[in-house]
Design a protein around this ligand. Structure first.
Ligand SMILES: *[C@@H]1O[C@H](CO)[C@@H](O)[C@H](O)[C@H]1NC(C)=O
Ligand SMILES: *[C@@H]1O[C@H](CO)[C@@H](O)[C@H](O)[C@H]1NC(C)=O
Ligand SMILES: *[C@@H]1O[C@H](CO)[C@@H](O)[C@H](O)[C@H]1NC(C)=O
Ligand SMILES: *[C@@H]1O[C@H](CO)[C@@H](O)[C@H](O)[C@H]1NC(C)=O
Ligand SMILES: *[C@@H]1O[C@H](CO)[C@@H](O)[C@H](O)[C@H]1NC(C)=O
Ligand SMILES: *[C@@H]1O[C@H](CO)[C@@H](O)[C@H](O)[C@H]1NC(C)=O
Ligand SMILES: *[C@@H]1O[C@H](CO)[C@@H](O)[C@H](O)[C@H]1NC(C)=O
Ligand SMILES: *[C@@H]1O[C@H](CO)[C@@H](O)[C@H](O)[C@H]1NC(C)=O
Ligand SMILES: *[C@@H]1O[C@H](CO)[C@@H](O)[C@H](O)[C@H]1NC(C)=O
Ligand SMILES: *[C@@H]1O[C@H](CO)[C@@H](O)[C@H](O)[C@H]1NC(C)=O
Ligand SMILES: *[C@@H]1O[C@H](CO)[C@@H](O)[C@H](O)[C@H]1NC(C)=O
Ligand SMILES: *[C@@H]1O[C@H](CO)[C@@H](O)[C@H](O)[C@H]1NC(C)=O
Length: 713
């Protein structure tokens, strides 16, 4: 950039003749007129186009840099333009995050700026543009950055002429293609190249073995690399510090045996497999190692403890086995992320976490760990995520008063933890979600649970909690999701609990005898499951009268409800399950108001009379189950106005008359069961028509007229 003194001179130039300016003693400070004109033409090529998009990667926001370019000032002072102070040539153009309004023509005067050393068009949307052949003319380029600019098409071989490049970033444009030869040239012949980022470029060729010794950072994520990552790639003299090969599923090979300089190695989501070699201890500079979702097996060599600089270690979703050695893991003093999820690690989790004070993310999900919850985890003052779900941990949780001040997610579900749940579990200051479902907890510790405004999700289902609903949970007034299904819990009718923002309540398979009264204070309900309880009697008026506009899922099945089906006022409901109750009487026509129904299950009740015809015209209904009721009359005209139904079961009623011809339009039908009714139709005549229909070949339909009288097709 140039000082304000030059602004003054550039202004002067418009007063004087430009040529005179050049002959003045300051001429070498001024923008070359041909380059100024090239830049202005570049600007004009966007005329009458509205501004482009701002990538989410532009943390500092976006603004249209070229908008302010005009002749009244020297081009060296224009936004994004850098000149050589000695000769006034434009040597740098940074138009990243500047809302470039659309495509750049291959002829663009931009590519005439032959003195450019830096060109950055990153984070714009210049679609549809290709990288032109004349990019090869910009041989002075040291830094070329077209990242996330949505260039497309073949990268021209002329890019090989840019042998002075120090950094080249063509990442994240998603539709750029690079041929094998040019790829090799970039890696091998660019002898000054330090940074090469081709992430998301379609390369589809093998990784060359011979790479320039200048390369320090190589990013080839999601490039469809083929072949084998050979040992020789790492044996070449090189100074690679970061190597990112993630997302190349067809890249095979084994973990490299030797490289001492790498600080970052990401081979996640590749076909690289085998065991980790003992020599992994030689990678002593490694700070980041990501092996997620490869095919690694065997145990972790002790020498991994040599990686004392490591800050992130992700071994998740492999086939690793064996124990975690305490003395090994306790050496990772800089570790912020440790993910061992979805492997077959076994033995106890070493209780050595007090040495890992920088940990922020810890996940051992889905392994075979046994033994107690490692209490030293509670000393981790920076931990944000703790997941030990789906192991075989047993015994009680430690009781502890002050702990885990940064924890946001706690997931200990699917273990065999027992005892009472200590109150710290609910009271950590930043906690958002707690998952303790599928354990053997017997109750909550007899401690005060204070209001916790951050806690939104609490999962306690499938434990052995018993007695009345824990009053101490009533202080968690901001809960949005509460799961206590499959516990021995009751809710006293008089219990006054206020969950103002509750949207999902799972209270299935408990011992409820009444509809939970506290729901009267809740109007944000989306999902309610109180199935398989001991609720008897009629559906109370207060319940059916609630204006739950956001309610989408309601499951009252498996109770002992009696009386008529009331007129619900949940007009947006998608799933209504009332099966296995003792409801009776006719189906109210108000059911027709539930026009968003996807599943309607009224089976195994005593509903009678004829069915409202609107059931034939519900636009989204895919499953209708009316089996085992006492319904009469003719079947509604199913699929008459919509073809979404895939399951129709009306078995075991007293429907009569013919099967509605409208069924021919149910082109996604998978199950049709009209058996055990008084339907009188001549089946073969039907079949004749149905066989003409294509959908029949994929339909697992069966036709049932009497008892076991089934015809499949
Ligand atoms: C030229 O640019 C300057 C600042 O960049 C601005 O103040 C001025 O209004 C512009 N002039 C014209 C004619 O666009
Ligand atoms: C592009 O440049 C070539 C030669 O320089 C010229 O013949 C052609 O007309 C130009 N095309 C456009 C669209 O400007
Ligand atoms: C490319 O430019 C963007 C935006 O300025 C920057 O974030 C990114 O690091 C650059 N790439 C390289 C390799 O320098
Ligand atoms: C790359 O370098 C090799 C020798 O190292 C040479 O044979 C080849 O011609 C060069 N390729 C280009 C495109 O410069
Ligand atoms: C790698 O490239 C260098 C420089 O072009 C060359 O000297 C060396 O022989 C090559 N090595 C292999 C194994 O191809
Ligand atoms: C650990 O690293 C040192 C050098 O930092 C090396 O000498 C030693 O062999 C390594 N140990 C293992 C077990 O890899
Ligand atoms: C809790 O689990 C531990 C370890 O499995 C067991 O020894 C203990 O008896 C259990 N306690 C209760 C009350 O079930
Ligand atoms: C369920 O809790 C009640 C008391 O609320 C108790 O009498 C009963 O034994 C418990 N049942 C089970 C299976 O724990
Ligand atoms: C609710 O929290 C308050 C303090 O925030 C406490 O005094 C009270 O005992 C708590 N109630 C229950 C039932 O735990
Ligand atoms: C239940 O609690 C709410 C809010 O705390 C209060 O407004 C309401 O009066 C209470 N109802 C009963 C029956 O105690
Ligand atoms: C079914 O309906 C018939 C006649 O409509 C009636 O006689 C019978 O009692 C009903 N059965 C039940 C269980 O409601
Ligand atoms: C079935 O319907 C036909 C006419 O549609 C009638 O002739 C016949 O008697 C009926 N059979 C029975 C068993 O109701």
């Amino acid at each position: 950039m140039i000082t304000s003194l030059f602004f003054f001179y550039s202004f002067l130039c418009f007063v004087l003749l430009i040529s005179e300016c050049f002959s003045s003693s300051f001429d070498h400070h001024l923008c070359s007129p041909t380059e100024a004109s090239a830049l202005l033409q570049f600007k004009q090529s966007f005329q009458h186009r509205s501004e482009g998009y701002c990538s989410y990667r532009c943390y500092g926001g976006c603004y249209p840099k070229i908008k302010s370019w005009n002749e009244s000032r020297d081009c060296c002072s224009w936004d994004g333009v850098t000149c050589d102070l000695l000769n006034g040539h434009v040597i740098g153009l940074d138009l990243s995050c500047s809302l470039l309004p659309g495509s750049i023509h291959p002829n663009s005067t931009l590519y005439q700026l032959h003195h450019l050393q830096t060109l950055n068009l990153a984070y714009n949307d210049v679609y549809p543009s290709s990288i032109p052949h004349n990019i090869g003319g910009l041989t002075n380029l040291r830094h070329l950055n077209l990242s996330d600019a949505w260039f497309q098409g073949k990268i021209p071989t002329e890019i090989s002429y840019l042998s002075n490049l120090v950094s080249l970033d063509l990442s994240n444009s998603y539709a750029l293609e690079l041929d094998e030869k040019t790829f090799e040239t970039m890696l091998h012949n660019f002898t000054n190249l330090e940074v090469l980022s081709l992430s998301q470029v379609i390369i589809s060729s093998p990784l060359p073995v011979n790479i320039s010794s200048s390369l320090r950072h190589l990013d080839l994520k999601h490039t469809n690399l083929l072949g084998v990552l050979t040992e020789s790639f790492f044996l070449m003299p090189n100074s690679l510090e970061t190597l990112k090969l993630s997302g190349n599923l067809r890249l095979e090979g084994v973990f490299p045996k030797r490289n001492t300089l790498l600080t970052e190695l990401d081979i996640s989501y590749t076909g690289i497999s085998g065991e980790l070699p003992d020599s992994i201890g030689n990678f002593s500079s490694l700070k980041y190692l990501n092996l997620q979702q490869c095919q690694f097996s065997g145990s972790i060599p002790d020498s991994i403890g040599n990686l004392t600089q490591i800050t992130a270690l992700d071994l998740s979703y492999n086939h690793f086995t064996g124990r975690i050695i305490p003395s090994t893991i306790s050496k990772f003093k800089h570790l912020t992320l440790l993910d061992l999820s979805s492997n077959s690690f076994s033995g106890e989790i070493p209780d050595v976490f007090s040495n890992l004070q920088k940990l922020r993310y810890l996940d051992f999900f889905n392994n075979s760990f046994i033994g107690p919850f490692p209490a030293s985890i509670l000393s981790l003052t920076r931990l944000e995520h703790l997941g030990l779900s789906s192991n075989s941990l047993s015994g009680p949780l430690p009781s502890n008063t002050r702990t885990l001040p940064k924890l946001i997610h706690l997931d200990l579900s699917y273990n065999s933890l027992n005892g009472t749940i200590p109150s710290w579990v609910f009271s950590l200051p930043l906690l958002y979600s707690v998952s303790l479902q599928h354990n053997r907890f017997r109750g909550l510790a007899d401690e005060v649970i204070k209001t916790n405004p951050t806690l939104k999700e609490l999962h306690l289902s499938n434990n052995q909690l018993s007695g009345s609903f824990p009053q101490s949970l009533a202080n968690l007034t901001n809960l949005e999701t509460l799961g206590i299904s499959s516990n021995n819990i009751t809710i006293d009718e008089g219990m006054n609990i206020t969950f103002l923002s509750l949207s999902s309540l799972f209270l299935s398979s408990c011992q409820l005898k009444h509809f939970p009264h506290f729901l009267r204070n809740v109007n944000t309900l989306v999902y309610l499951d109180i199935s398989n309880n001991k609720i008897s009697g009629q559906i109370p008026n207060w319940f059916s009268g609630m204006r739950w506009d956001s309610l989408i899922f309601l499951n009252l099945s498996g109770n002992s409800l009696t009386g008529n089906l009331p007129q619900f006022r949940y007009d947006n409901i998608g799933y209504l399950d009332l099966k296995f109750n003792s409801l009776q009487g006719p189906l109210p026509s108000s059911i027709c108001n539930m026009s968003k129904l996807i599943l309607l299950d009224l089976s195994h009740n005593y509903f009678s009379d004829s069915v409202p015809h609107c059931l034939g015209s519900m636009g989204l209904l895919t499953a209708l189950d009316l089996r085992r009721n006492n319904l009469t009359g003719s079947l509604p005209p199913l699929c008459a106005q919509s073809t979404s139904l895939s399951t129709i079961v009306v078995n075991g009623n007293q429907f009569e008359g013919p099967v509605p011809v409208s069924l021919l339009k149910c082109n996604g039908l998978e199950v049709l069961d009209v058996g055990n009714n008084a339907i009188n139709d001549t089946f073969p005549a039907w079949l004749g028509v149905l066989q003409e229909l294509q959908w029949l070949t994929s339909c697992k339909c069966f036709w049932k007229l009497r008892g076991n009288d089934q015809i499949r097709w």
